[in-house]
Design a protein around this ligand. Structure first.
Ligand SMILES: Nc1nc2c(c(=O)[nH]1)N[C@H]1C(S)=C(S)[C@@H](COP(=O)(O)O)O[C@H]1N2
Ligand SMILES: [Mo]
Length: 206
């Protein structure tokens, strides 16, 4: 485990996220929307939640294809975290509901050679990756709810990655596949010059 990435990730996490214990349904004020909707293709994917599948494959014992019902049957995670785009805008206090990466991976059984995860969007060719250490930080999740409503299509519904300690380009929308790899693959914005380790306040755009 990379000690420096662990320490960086942890300090960023402590300053930006409030994890909510399972089953505690605090009512929080709705933040004023400061979101900008980003896409790289000309149309957003349109995904029917009923036929949606999340594939988990690569360096695993058993590739799996999970429905939203399968995902909802895993331990449900909730948190409030801030979201920062590298271009300068932020949205504070976003409430997310979803699942932790650990619980999703457990369904497939990562092999000992696993070192990273690629999150593949249904919006081609958007992809980004995290090391396993980064993906297992306590406030990383695959979310299907935002601010107590089903994740809207423009925000990546039915499922997006949320990685609060890094700039928003790591938080892949419309995730349809998680590939377990040895090394991180180069992400869409990383091919265009942005840091692979996009720690908020500590990467090349900060
Ligand atoms: N599939 C996909 N995911 C994406 C992007 C994108 O263009 N396509 N943009 C990224 C960037 S740069 C940011 S800041 C956030 C923005 O999230 P939002 O569109 O929900 O506001 O999504 C990230 N995930
Ligand atoms: Mo961004």
């Amino acid at each position: 485990m990379g000690l420096s990435s662990l320490l960086w990730g942890r300090s960023a996490w402590e300053s930006t996220s409030r994890l909510i214990p399972n089953g505690v349904g605090a009512v929080l004020p709705q933040p004023t929307s400061g979101w900008r909707i980003y896409t790289v293709a000309s149309t957003m994917p349109r995904i029917d939640p009923a036929s949606y599948r999340l594939r988990v494959d690569g360096l695993v014992q058993q590739p799996v294809s999970l429905t939203l019902a399968h995902l909802r049957a895993l331990p449900v995670a909730e948190q409030v975290s801030d979201f920062h785009c590298v271009t300068g805008w932020s949205v504070d206090d976003v409430r997310w509901t979803g699942v932790r990466i650990r619980d999703v991976l457990a369904r497939a059984g990562p092999l000992p050679s696993a070192g990273a995860l690629a999150f593949v969007s249904a919006e081609r060719p958007y992809v980004d990756s995290l090391t396993l250490d980064q993906a297992l930080l306590p406030d990383v999740m695959l979310a299907w709810e935002m601010d107590a409503r089903p994740l809207p299509r423009p925000h990546g519904g039915p499922l997006r990655l949320v990685m609060p300690a890094m700039y928003g380009y790591k938080s892949v929308k419309w995730v349809e596949r998680v590939v377990v790899t040895r090394e991180p693959v180069v992400g869409y914005w990383e091919e265009r010059g942005y840091d692979r380790d996009a720690w908020v306040g500590r990467s090349n755009a900060a």
